[in-house]
Design a protein around this ligand. Structure first.
Ligand code: C2E
Ligand code: CA
Ligand code: CA
Length: 531
């Protein structure tokens, strides 16, 4: 077993036991001294009296009894000392298993937090500040995958040792697990903290020699400070973890101090995630539909279903929660709900020749069984496949190209139509577009916003229309807000539009009113705009 620095493994319990042992030893020594002194002062001839008494009662064998007591006492003392040694060794082993990380021989999470609470108690008395630093390697998984776990552990050990050497004796370095370390630095003057930070940063510039390789490492560090960011170990560790997460987002080898707004944002995100988990079940989600229009025939050609979430009387727009749903995997169940609901509701308003467009996020699209799931839902709600259009963004199509192409073919075989959403904002190569079984491109709102003012946007839109034409695809412009935009688009060759100009997204029940509105309101608006 490795030697353990006893200073290192001082938990509150062991400190308490040590204190008690010290007190008892002191009391017993005082008792012995007092009794001895009393004997001397009173001139008490204890041994002499015992000897006289023993001689007077020789037949009681008192001398043998006294000797027995004496020998037993001495043997008892030796036995007690030996057992105390055993307990000391056992204690060391237990402490090592419970408190010391076997790879780095540094305090593990339990002991590091224990030390932190002791340092905080001292800081309160001394009116000092304490920085809790959460350190996490960048790309440690890559190192593990490339060089293997043994080299990964070696690296962790070397970095742990270096961290220990660059901090002062009173500071703490602990391994929280995996590639995470916590560093606790107590300081009175901010310069002390800055020095410690500099030393940590310098570590990243030093190459680390392992058995067979030399590696350069980088790590992200989040710092929370007592008493500003928290009063107890768990608050401070959480705050430093949040700051570390922020540092990671900023890139490799970054350092970030905790700010309150970070915590608030995380709390918001946590509440959103928790609420979203029960949103479907609590019937808080609902759909709105935005009509798509052919400006030539003046007919509604379809509707795009857009999800909304009403929570505590407030409607939350999808941009605020779709990404969270994607990151947490909840998009699968929410997506299923959207499909079932949209296909059921649409039966009441989608007419012959119109389509129902449903948005599909990249992670839904890449899910195995995606096409079968669509087929199942179409069959269940008895909805004609050729009246369904899936809106897929360019990013979903570039993730796994060959799989995406195959999936699109399968959808087309079913008769389902596919539109590339937000066209022009992603990174899909135009060359590849011709191999994709796509029926429509949706020109993003970005190009329509300033269409009337910008020649560049007009040329871009013209190019997109020509491209769609050449590839035999439909083209629709989204985000059309004015009569001028609609007219210009028509002149450029795009008759299909969607946007606030005709209608905002509305609940299914309000769609019928829109059908009759078009021929009056919009034509009035348009002629008014022309005059
Ligand atoms: P998107 O697919 O590009 O949807 C169009 C967005 O533009 C909608 O925002 C719509 O309300 C808005 N919009 C339509 N016309 C106009 C206009 O004239 N001017 C302006 N400024 N905006 C207009 P919404 O409903 O907030 O949805 C935002 C995004 O959230 C959608 O962008 C889509 O990416 C996502 N989303 C919405 N519903 C769903 C859904 O059911 N499933 C998935 N996966 N994503 C959805
Ligand atoms: Ca869309
Ligand atoms: Ca769009």
């Amino acid at each position: 077993m490795e030697f353990i620095d006893q200073e290192l493994v001082q938990s509150s319990l062991s400190l308490k036991l040590k204190k008690r042992a010290r007190l008892e030893l002191l009391c017993l020594s005082a008792m012995v001294i007092v009794l001895t002194l009393t004997g001397i002062v009173l001139d008490f001839e204890l041994l002499g009296n015992i000897a006289t008494f023993t001689l007077a009662h020789e037949d009681w064998e008192l001398d043998e009894i006294f000797m027995f007591i004496l020998w037993s006492g001495m043997a008892g003392c030796i036995y007690a000392i030996r057992r105390m040694q055993d307990i000391w060794h056992l204690n060391q082993e237990i402490a090592s298993l419970a408190f010391i990380d076997p790879v780095t021989h540094l305090p593990n999470r339990i002991l590091a937090l224990e030390r932190l609470s002791q340092i905080l108690a001292r800081a309160e008395r001394m009116q000092s500040q304490v920085a809790v630093m959460f350190l996490d390697f960048d790309n440690f998984k890559f190192i593990n995958d490339t060089y293997g776990h043994i080299e990964g552990d070696n690296l962790i050990r070397v970095v742990g040792q270096r961290l220990r050497t660059i901090l002062r004796k009173g500071d703490t370095v602990g391994r929280l697990g995996g590639d995470e370390f916590v560093l606790v630095v107590e300081y009175l003057d901010e310069q002390e903290l800055l020095k410690a930070i500099n030393r940590i940063q310098t570590l990243q510039t030093e190459a680390i020699k392992l058995d067979s390789h030399e590696l350069n490492i980088a790590f992200s560090v989040g710092i929370a400070v007592y008493p500003k960011d928290g009063n107890n170990p768990s608050e401070l560790l959480k705050a430093s973890d949040i700051a570390m997460y922020k540092a990671k987002q900023a890139g490799k080898g970054q350092l970030q101090f905790y700010t309150q707004s970070m915590g608030e944002k995380l709390m918001e995100r946590y509440e959103l995630e928790a609420g979203l988990k029960t949103a479907c079940h609590n019937q808080e989600l609902f759909l709105e539909y935005q009509p798509q229009l052919c400006t030539e025939s003046q007919r509604i050609t379809g509707y795009e279903a857009l999800v909304r979430w009403r929570r505590n009387g407030i409607t939350i727009p999808p941009l605020s929660f779709i990404q969270v749903a994607e990151e947490t995997g909840l998009i699968q169940s929410i997506g299923d709900w959207i499909f079932t609901q949209a296909l059921e509701e649409a039966k009441t308003f989608v007419e012959e020749g119109q389509i129902l467009a449903i948005n599909v996020s990249p992670c839904q699209f890449s899910q195995p069984g995606f096409v079968n799931n669509i087929l199942k839902r179409l069959t269940q709600s008895d909805f004609p496949p050729d009246m369904l259009e899936l809106e897929i963004t360019e990013s979903a199509l570039v993730q796994d190209e060959s799989q995406a192409m195959a999936r699109l073919m399968e959808l087309r075989k079913l008769g389902v139509q596919v539109a590339i959403d937000d066209f022009g904002t992603g990174y899909s190569s135009l060359g590849r577009l011709r191999y994709l079984a796509v029926t429509r491109i949706k020109i993003d709102r970005l190009f329509i916003n300033t269409l009337c003012e910008s020649d560049i946007d007009q040329n871009m839109v013209k190019a997109m229309i020509a491209l769609a034409d050449n590839l035999g695809m439909d083209v629709i412009a989204e985000g059309v807000e004015t009569a001028e935009q609609s007219d210009l688009l028509r002149t450029l060759g795009c008759n299909l539009i969607q946007g606030y100009f005709f209608s905002r997204p509305v609940p299914a029940a309000k769609l019928n009113a829109l059908k009759t509105r078009y021929y009056t309101d919009v034509s009035v608006t348009k002629s008014a705009a022309r005059s």
